[in-house]
Design a protein around this ligand. Structure first.
Ligand SMILES: CC(C)[C@H](C(=O)O)[C@@H](O)C(=O)O
Ligand code: SF4
Length: 468
């Protein structure tokens, strides 16, 4: 047998049909659904009299539009558009008989946090969702990627997806991370290296000792941003940590089924002599706590750097950098640590898991946020929230002056009332710093949870290592 990558293995195990031009019909194991990209898909089924082919493999949860304030059960806090989308999901989930975690359910949260948490996401699976950050689930050694609304309809109706195979890219992080450096810094540094288009046409497998060192939460953070690097998906080979995370989850197999599953999962790795179309290597020791200065995730630098001079770039990036710097209200040469911020957002499918909250709370313990700072923590799911309360993290956040919210996407993309006002500047643990992403003319600096906490205390972008 010819050697294969992990991606090759999962792909081959799911091809139901292949046509002469290489287009394949791929079997889908898990279909995650949220309220933004599914209404037309369900409407399509309704209009053609179709049902959901595999309701037992289809899981829905509202996340983008839901208010995160404690009074959110009161639908008046939602805009009309938001309310329509959430209500449509309520109706569709019931009518089509799929698994559903409504807003009132403690298990509700961001779809990419709920899937793994409930054990829906398992190694070797194909996982899709009408959402680009589906890449998150690749942390389990699952082939997971976003799809468009017409594809959502296709998967609902057939449990298959039409796909062409991507190329294989290996991103190896050698050695070990230094203290204060996190999975977020890895994934941002990789994008800094490859650019937002560097992964176009590829599925990335992240490997190396620094990746093996990461918890499952950290691995999800890394894979989550594969899409920001342009890749179709990000993958990490499953190992003992993966199995330990999955075992005992509500939807994970049990008994003999578990043993059978794990025996299969143990075959899911890239063969030593597998062929890679592209290899990128970074040294774990070289990665620093990082922060974005511009309006693209590739505009990332170590915290001790300065805002770059647009002239230092090449081609179209010269103008793009100048525009970014203007939008962000910065000056070339300014120290990143001199950038004052007024808002801190801790949450999102990138950094809204328990480990992220622990990391932020460790910095905040016994401290207060800077006067006038708006700081909020939005746990990625109701269960993360409950656990954080149990561990005393919620109290640390509240004592420090953070708002302690209910689960949802929140200020990651500002589809709900959690938004930046014009000109406000936010240190955010989310994944996109696009113009207007967190609110019209809002300014976003992407950072790790520890860095966000540090900025909340000092009022400016800060090297978390100074507060450790
Ligand atoms: C709303 C949704 C389609 C979108 C995505 O696909 O990623 C959102 O989750 C985002 O992060 O921008
Ligand atoms: S948390 Fe942000 S990135 Fe993740 S699914 Fe929600 S909006 Fe998209």
């Amino acid at each position: 047998m010819s050697p294969k990558t992990l991606y090759d293995k999962i792909w081959d195990a799911h091809v139901a049909d292949e046509s002469a031009d290489g287009t394949c019909l791929l079997y889908i194991d898990r279909h995650l659904v949220h309220e933004v990209t599914s209404p037309q898909a369900f409407e399509g089924l309704r209009m053609t009299g179709r049902s959901v082919r595999a309701p037992d493999k289809t899981i829905a949860v509202p996340d983008h539009n839901v208010p995160t304030t404690l009074d959110r059960a009161n639908a008046e806090t939602m805009t009309e558009d938001s309310r329509i989308q959430v209500e449509a999901l309520d109706t569709n989930a019931k009518e089509f008989g799929i698994h559903y975690y409504p807003v009132s359910d403690v298990r509700q949260g961001i779809v990419h946090i709920v899937g793994p948490e409930q054990g829906w996401t398992l190694p070797g699976m194909t996982v899709v969702c009408g959402d680009s950050h589906t890449a998150t689930h690749g942390a389990f050694g699952a082939l997971a990627h976003g799809i468009g609304t017409s594809e959502v309809e296709h998967v609902l109706a057939t449990q298959t997806l039409i796909q062409k195979k991507s190329k294989n890219m290996k991103v190896e992080i050698t050695g070990h991370l230094r203290p204060g450096v996190t999975a977020k810094d890895i994934t941002m540094s990789v994008i800094g290296e490859t650019g937002t288009a560097g992964g176009t046409g590829y599925v990335i497998e992240y490997c190396g000792t620094a990746i093996e060192d990461l918890s499952m939460e950290g691995r999800m953070t890394v894979c989550n941003m594969a899409i920001e690097g342009g890749a179709r998906a990000g993958l990490i080979a499953p190992d003992a940590k993966t199995y330990a995370y999955c075992k005992g989850r509500p939807q994970a197999p049990t008994g003999a089924e578990w043993d059978k599953a794990q025996a299969y999962w143990e075959t899911l790795y890239s063969d030593d002599d597998a062929a890679w179309d592209l290899v990128v290597t970074l040294k774990g020791e070289d990665i620093a706590p990082s922060v974005t200065w511009g309006t693209s995730p590739e505009d990332v630098l170590p915290i001790d750097a300065v805002v770059p001079d647009p002239a230092s770039f090449k081609g179209g990036k010269v103008d793009a950098a100048a525009r970014s710097i203007e939008y962000m209200g910065l000056t070339a040469g300014q120290k990143l640590t001199d950038i004052e911020i007024d808002t801190v957002f801790i949450g999102s499918c990138t950094n809204g898991r328990i480990e992220d909250l622990r990391a932020a709370a460790a910095i905040l313990k016994g401290k207060k946020v800077k006067d006038g700072m708006r700081a909020m923590v939005v746990p990625g799911s109701g269960l993360v929230r409950a656990q954080a309360e149990e561990e005393g993290l919620a109290q640390i956040f509240k004592d420090a002056g953070f708002e302690w919210r209910m689960a949802g996407c929140s200020m990651c993309l500002a589809m709900n009332p959690d938004q930046l006002a014009e000109g406000e500047r936010c240190a955010s643990t989310s994944n996109r710093n696009f113009e207007g992403r967190q609110g019209y003319k809002g300014r976003t600096h992407l950072v790790s949870p520890g860095m966000a906490a540090a900025a909340a205390i000092t009022g400016h972008l800060t090297d978390v290592r100074e507060l450790m």
